[in-house]
Design a protein around this ligand. Structure first.
Ligand SMILES: *Cc1c(COP(=O)(O)O)cnc(C)c1O
Length: 373
């Protein structure tokens, strides 16, 4: 008798749908026989500038010590972050990307039978980590594609342990003003943890600048803010993210994370890039200009889009979105279909360099013509 290992897996894992990443350039090149150099990838909200030279130099420097374990406490990176963000190092939990931190938070505070609240169209990792730990996901209907914080507060029950709020949200790019976040936190019972996922905060402009949420940490002991080096800081491959919280919560998170979850190359590069102010400024400037370029292109093509505060934008290409995605692939342009998010008519496009955006818009116009949209 052979054993059915599907049945041996814990219930949450049996029903789990794995995260679907953007298609890698090399994979598309193999599948379509294309030159990898001629492919543009606007599918994973990566920084189009390439990595910061300051980060690369630090990463190279770390190679000399590859035989050693990394600093499991991330002393240098935590010190640099603490100084930049005006927190103490004890409030920081480092992660192998912020995905790692999100999972650690869920494992520390929730288990089978508990409820975790998040919004419709919110980041796909929230339902995945919820299910993996056997907790029950409570998905609250969105309002105008964004988080309905009033409804989310109302969805909290005795069983709720955790609420995930992505601000700005991926894949919609919607953002809640800080005053709304503050109002929401006032409504949430203190025993319920609120995770404010700020993966895209570096791109914020206007009244709510990137670090405007940080003072909330002192006022709301149940608040955890998560951030990443994968987007504006241009280090997606190295996998570094972190959580900011009270020192008490950070202590709990640090008990559960893997002891060496951030490697030494990643620690060195992330620490160094924090001093490269010019890189971050350029990333934001290129993003602003590219966002305008894409919006104008969509208007020319008569397409509706969701105004975005991130480095990506969701555009409504109609019910042929799947076919248009395929047509774009055939033309060497990778974007992200988001039907799995319940948005079958939208494609999510990362803001690229000016010539990449232009090539994408040209290819999109052709793909729409081919699909007779
Ligand atoms: C990209 C992203 C993250 C971060 O991913 P990591 O690379 O694991 O740091 C977190 N939250 C949202 C909403 C994202 O889009």
């Amino acid at each position: 008798m052979s054993i059915d290992y599907q049945q041996q897996a814990v219930a949450g894992v049996r029903a789990l749908m794995p995260y679907q990443p953007g298609k890698p350039i090399d994979e598309l090149a193999r599948e379509y026989g294309l030159d990898p150099q001629a492919i543009i990838k606007l599918a994973s909200n990566e920084n189009p500038l390439g990595p910061s030279p300051v980060a690369m130099q630090a990463a190279r420097g770390a190679l000399d010590d590859l035989c050693r374990y990394p600093d499991g406490n991330g002393f240098a990176l935590k010190s640099a972050l603490a100084e930049r963000l005006a927190v103490v190092p004890g409030q920081i939990t480092l992660g192998n990307g912020s995905n790692d931190v999100l999972e650690v938070i869920a494992r520390v505070f929730a288990g089978p039978g508990d409820e975790i609240v998040f919004s419709q169209y919110a980041f796909a990792v929230y339902p995945i980590v919820t299910q993996a730990i056997g907790a029950h996901g409570v998905q609250v209907p969105a309002r105008d594609w964004g988080h309905d914080l009033t409804a989310m507060a109302a969805a909290i029950t005795e069983q709720t342990r955790l609420v995930f709020v992505a601000n700005p949200n991926n894949p919609t790019g919607t953002v809640c003003p800080l005053t709304d976040i503050e109002h929401f936190l006032n409504q949430v019972p203190e025993r319920v943890l609120v995770v404010l996922d700020e993966a895209y905060c570096d791109y914020l402009t206007g009244d709510d600048e990137p670090d405007a949420s940080l003072p909330l940490l002192a006022r709301f002991p149940n608040l955890i803010i998560t951030r990443t080096f994968s987007k504006a800081w241009g280090l997606a491959a190295l996998r570094v993210g972190y959580a900011l919280s009270s020192a008490e919560i950070a202590d709990l998170l640090n008990r559960v994370r893997q002891p060496f979850n951030v490697d030494s190359v990643a620690l060195a590069a992330a620490t160094a890039v924090l001093s490269d102010h010019e890189y971050l400024q350029r990333a934001c400037a290129v993003n602003r200009e590219g966002m305008t370029q894409l919006e104008q292109g969509f208007r020319r093509l008569g397409l509706a889009f969701i105004p975005s505060a991130g480095n990506f934008i969701a555009v409504d290409v109609g019910d042929q979105a799947g076919a248009i995605y395929q047509q774009l692939l055939a033309r060497g342009v990778i974007v992200r279909p988001i039907a799995a998010y319940g948005m079958p008519n939208h494609l999510r496009v990362t803001v690229g360099l000016a010539d990449e955006n232009e090539r994408f818009l040209d290819a999109l116009g052709q793909a729409m013509a081919d699909c007779r949209v």
